[in-house]
Ligand binder design. Structure first.
Ligand code: NI
Length: 129
């Protein structure tokens, strides 16, 4: 068993966001995905992000206001959000006093997995999974 303590992880700044990537644990190919924690300070937002990896996130503390596909969705602590490959996103922390802490995993889309953004564009809202 290995324990990964978020409060002692090595981190660095991307804009105002503090990022602690799991590469620091040298897990090699043990996990089929990458992982990180990030913190967005009160009253601030992440830089706009867009990448080929699918991204699944768990809100640990604070509330994430996730801007993606022309909508902003508030995600509460304990809840999760999934961003599709190439789905641009900005993570806002609209609290004036509570930092937002998120745990995120990300991986390249598996072979044969159709990008849901493209499916949604073709088939309308019903395609969201
Ligand atoms: Ni991202």
């Amino acid at each position: 068993m290995r324990h990964f303590a978020s409060d002692s992880a090595e981190s660095y700044a991307i804009g105002v966001v503090d990022v602690a990537r799991w590469e620091q644990y040298s897990l090699g190919n043990k996990l089929p995905f990458q992982a990180m924690w990030y913190t967005v300070p009160p009253d601030s937002s992440s830089p706009r992000d867009c990448h080929p990896e699918v991204e699944l996130s768990v809100v640990i503390s604070g509330t994430a206001s996730v801007e993606a596909s022309d909508a902003i969705t508030d995600v509460a602590p304990g809840s999760c959000f999934l961003l599709e490959s190439e789905e641009a996103h900005v993570i806002h922390n609209r609290s004036t006093d509570v930092p937002l802490l998120v745990f995120t995993t990300y991986w390249m889309p598996l072979a044969g997995d159709e990008p849901a953004v493209a499916v949604a564009a073709a088939a309308g809202e019903e395609a969201a999974r």
